[in-house]
Design a binder for this molecule. Structure first.
Ligand SMILES: *Cc1c(COP(=O)(O)O)cnc(C)c1O
Length: 353
């Protein structure tokens, strides 16, 4: 039976991307060899990484003066690499939940960090003013665990760094507003093991200290992300996902469908007397839709999970730190899956009234 995959990450990818990867693991690009067994210096893989970088730039409309890097280590390694490569003295971190708190903790190893946060993580801080003498501001554009998301490109008058692990390619962005965008690829792009970085070249090389070769973005810029062996298989899958995005109308079309899916599900959460949303309406994420049972139905939580599981819903349990439910509605999740979840919520409502 068809599963409806709402996992937050690793998470759903286009079936075409999975199928093409399976094929390449058997016979990569007509070489008669597995993708897992071919040199990353081969002309066949060189074509893959070059096309992936080119499509990455094309789909996000990345202007001249920016580089796209493919690294390892996950977004969590970027939490340290960003301040190591960028911070001279002081940075501002907008703390909007678990991931940005981790980024902030690493930044404190490298300089003064001004923390901006709301009393809880169910809304985003507004009206932030930043001192001109700030090296950069760091934000997390989509908060995968709490389900908040920025719906516009921010501008604080100083370089902007964004963790876009869970909303890259989900909506059009104005890259020129950012100094660095980074993320783990395992939410909306590729299997785990690949980290993407978009960097404005001119922000690099401004710190006084030495940076080890593999921790220096400039190594990846000058060597086309091939100073050492890159994560070959996830890069191949990323290319297939990017092709799928292009075939399906590009990032604008992803955004349109993501908006439709999210509106449908939030409308049901707001209508259904058993459930309620957790996030301030204007900050609701299009990618990770969080909800809980209304107070008087709290003891039905486990029942609903079991009921949804029986309807082939996978991955809707909320993150262990917040509880409740979370439906992740990444690009590759179809509208049918969202409709199936809504039908499940409505059936559960009937059973319990
Ligand atoms: C998943 C996630 C991370 C952690 O990514 P890793 O690649 O596992 O280090 C960081 N930030 C955000 C917003 C995430 O969703």
């Amino acid at each position: 039976m068809k599963k409806h995959n709402f996992y937050a990450g690793p998470s759903i990818l286009p079936q075409e991307a999975i199928d093409a990867t399976i094929e390449a693991l058997k016979d990569f690009s007509g070489t008669g060899l597995s993708l897992a067994s071919v040199s990353h210096r081969s002309k066949e893989f060189d074509a893959v990484i070059n096309e992936a970088i080119a499509l990455f730039k094309e789909l996000l409309n990345i202007p001249q003066g920016y580089s796209v890097l493919f690294m390892g280590g996950g977004a969590s390694t970027q939490f340290a690499l960003v301040p190591f490569n960028l911070m001279k003295k002081r940075a501002v971190y907008v703390n909007t939940g678990t991931w940005s708190a981790k980024a902030l903790k690493e930044a404190k190893l490298f300089g003064d960090v001004v923390e901006i946060k709301n009393p809880d993580f169910f809304s985003l801080p507004k009206g932030i003013e930043v001192h001109k003498d700030t090296d950069y501001v760091h934000i997390t554009t989509n908060n995968t665990i709490y389900g908040t998301e920025y719906h516009e490109d921010m501008d604080f008058g100083v370089p902007l760094v964004a963790d876009m692990s869970s909303d890259i390619f989900s909506r059009p962005i104005d890259i020129s507003k950012y100094a660095i965008i980074y993320g783990g690829a395992q939410k909306n792009l590729a299997p785990a093991g690949l980290t993407f970085v978009i960097v404005k070249d001119e922000v690099l090389g401004q710190v006084d200290h030495k940076i080890p070769t593999m921790l220096d973005y400039r190594t990846f810029v000058t060597k086309n992300s091939m100073f050492n062996t890159p994560p070959v298989i996830p890069i191949f899958t990323a290319l297939q996902t990017l092709k799928w995005i292009k075939t399906n109308g590009g990032v604008a079309a992803m955004y349109k469908l993501n908006t439709e899916k999210a509106n449908l599900l939030y409308a049901e959460i707001d209508r259904n007397p058993l459930f309620k949303g957790t996030v301030a309406k204007e900050d609701r994420s299009l990618m990770n839709i969080c909800f809980v049972m209304e107070e008087q139905y709290k003891d039905l939580e486990a029942d609903f999970l079991a009921f949804a599981t029986a309807q082939q819903m996978v991955g809707i349990k909320g993150h262990r730190s917040v509880g409740g439910f979370r439906a992740s509605t990444y690009n590759a999740l179809s509208k049918e899956s969202v409709e199936a979840l809504i039908a499940t919520m409505q059936e559960f409502e009937k059973k319990n009234s």
